[in-house]
Design a protein around this ligand. Structure first.
Ligand SMILES: O=P(O)(O)OC[C@H]1O[C@H](O[C@H]2O[C@H](CO)[C@@H](O)[C@H](O)[C@H]2O)[C@H](O)[C@@H](O)[C@@H]1O
Ligand SMILES: O=c1ccn([C@@H]2O[C@H](COP(=O)(O)OP(=O)(O)O)[C@@H](O)[C@H]2O)c(=O)[nH]1
Length: 495
């Protein structure tokens, strides 16, 4: 079997099996967007699921990365992926926007599947190698892997929020999950607040001592080791978006998009997986009311909403789709004319080239998430705006808000405030657009996905070379942090 010195373990491979079983297509979501460029230059292996039940494929090479598929049965998909990952952890960690379901059979499946991923990673990693585990579907893997392979250096990155203690405490398996994560040497979060929430949960539940970003964890020999828990905000491959935005054919496509919409004065854009965390309902409500109030008209502005299909068998997602499609139908019925539309709704998934054309066509980008780990779309929009024009309306509840204070920050729950900021974005003078957009673009270019992975892997490599205590001390001492542009927003802590 081929072994690698550097191994990524994620729920998904970067590509999914196509439904006809013949080929492969890019997997959905920001995790894959972020890790793809990292892996292309790392010559490592990637352990993950091929996106369909009961598909068993031998390891293969794809785009310079060795892919190691993990098989999930239909029951695993239902209990581990749709159940525990996306109907327990996902809503709980996104501040209970939807009600989490706690089922013991789902937990049992989660443990079993995490064990399978840990075994696959243990098998494919060379002696003293580095393993980087990704995200909430695999929170138990770090501890399992450490027990199987104490020679490895283990990192974990958490792409979604880590909730305040008062919410986290609901989880019946709260201790096991914390212990699972603490199997890693470095545990990365999107925001400073997430790392703080995690450290608090560890203190409250496990009674472990924490000091700055270090956590003292009992080890197998009866001593203690230090694990590091801190923020490493993820980013994008900014240059690749700039390159696409410079291409004449993509600029031409942006013009066609505008013409296809009847050349409205302004185009507003939303791009999200169809997920209740993304605040699509709030956005539609605000836009519908602006049309109703007469503050906006369809000749003046059109909203293009890409809502890409996601987790389509989870009930909360089925309901959300029904609600959104009914609302879009109502608004369009009330306000469309034969030449202009209020909302161009697209329940589809587009390749990156089309995304950039949409970004270039959009005068206003609406990111109204109720809670979001980061939201890469916000960063992709500003990177693509090579003309330094356009306005980003950004929710305070998206991780991106910590770094993007020059956007128009909004609270999506405050519909009147959101309406005012949408109008402000529509009417913003070019000079102000330029000033804000330049600051946003500078931040994204100065901290791209390579900086993110380098920062994380450098922290991890210190653990590779030194004792955990010496490593934690050095990292805390050297910490220049990816300093956010402004203070993170306060987190409510009911605990
Ligand atoms: O794999 P799926 O169930 O189809 O979901 C897609 C991905 O969604 C989530 O993305 C998160 O990661 C992004 C990059 O760090 C971040 O910007 C975003 O805020 C997060 O929601 C999920 O965390 C991934 O595991 C999924 O693959
Ligand atoms: O039709 C689509 C919709 C989205 N995306 C990409 O999917 C990712 C979404 O990442 P984000 O962090 O915004 O949210 P997530 O879906 O991971 O929660 C971004 O890279 C988008 O450009 C895409 O390629 N095609």
């Amino acid at each position: 079997m081929t072994q690698a010195d550097f191994v990524v373990v994620a729920n998904r491979l970067p590509v999914d099996r196509t439904p006809d079983g013949e080929g492969w297509r890019r997997s959905p979501g920001g995790l894959v967007t972020a890790l793809e460029p990292v892996m292309r230059s790392a010559e490592g292996a990637w352990v993950g699921w091929a996106g369909q039940a009961d598909v068993t494929v031998d390891p293969f090479d794809f785009d310079g990365t060795h892919l190691v598929p993990v098989t999930l049965s239909a029951s695993d998909v239902q209990l581990y992926y749709e159940g525990f990952s996306n109907d327990t952890i996902w809503p709980l960690y996104h501040d209970v926007i939807a009600e989490p379901t706690y089922k013991r059979a789902w937990w049992d499946a989660y443990v079993k599947v995490n064990q399978r991923f840990a075994q696959a990673a243990a098998d494919v990693t060379a002696d003293s190698g580095i393993v980087w585990v990704q995200d909430y579907q695999l929170q138990l893997v770090p501890k399992m892997l450490r027990e199987m392979r104490p020679d490895l250096t283990i990192g974990y990155f958490h792409h979604i929020p880590f909730p305040a203690y008062g919410l986290y405490a609901q989880l019946p398996w709260r201790k096991q999950v914390l212990e699972g994560l603490l199997g890693a040497d470095v545990i990365g979060f999107q925001r400073v607040a997430d790392a703080g929430n995690f450290a608090r949960a560890v203190r409250r539940q496990l009674r472990y001592e924490t000091k700055a970003s270090g956590i003292l964890v009992p080890d197998a020999e009866g001593g203690t080791r230090v694990a590091l828990a801190k923020a490493f905000p993820i980013s994008i491959d900014a240059e690749s978006y700039i390159e696409l935005a410079q291409k004449p054919e993509i600029q031409q496509r942006a013009k066609e998009i505008r013409e296809g919409l009847g050349n409205p004065r302004k185009i507003l854009l939303g791009v999200d997986r169809l997920d209740y965390t993304k605040g699509i309902r709030h956005r539609l409500k605000a836009w519908g009311e602006l049309l109703e109030d007469g503050r906006a008209s369809v000749e003046d502005a059109t909203l293009v909403q890409v809502a890409s299909p996601s987790r389509e068998r989870v009930e909360a997602y089925v309901q959300l789709r029904d609600e959104i499609e009914m609302t879009v139908g109502r608004i369009n019925g009330d306000y469309d004319t034969t030449t202009h539309t209020a909302i161009r709704y697209l329940h589809q998934s587009y390749p990156r080239e089309e995304m950039v054309a949409l970004f270039l066509a959009a005068d206003v980008m609406l990111v109204t998430a109720l809670r979001d780990g980061m939201n890469l779309v916000a960063k992709e929009y500003v990177a693509s705006r090579i003309d330094n024009r356009g306005v980003l309306v950004l929710s305070e509840f998206a991780g991106a808000a910590d770094e993007m204070g020059s956007a128009l920050l909004i609270n999506p729950h405050d519909i009147d405030g959101l309406k005012d900021q949408i109008m402000r974005a529509i009417d913003m003078p070019a000079a102000e657009q330029g000033r804000r957009m330049r600051a946003l673009r500078k931040r994204v270019r100065d901290h791209d996905v390579e900086d993110w992975s380098q920062d994380f892997l450098e922290a991890l490599s210190v653990f590779h070379e030194k004792s955990s205590r010496a490593a934690a001390e050095q990292i805390t001492r050297d910490d220049d942090g990816s300093t956010p542009e402004r203070e993170p927003i306060d987190e409510t802590d009911a605990g």
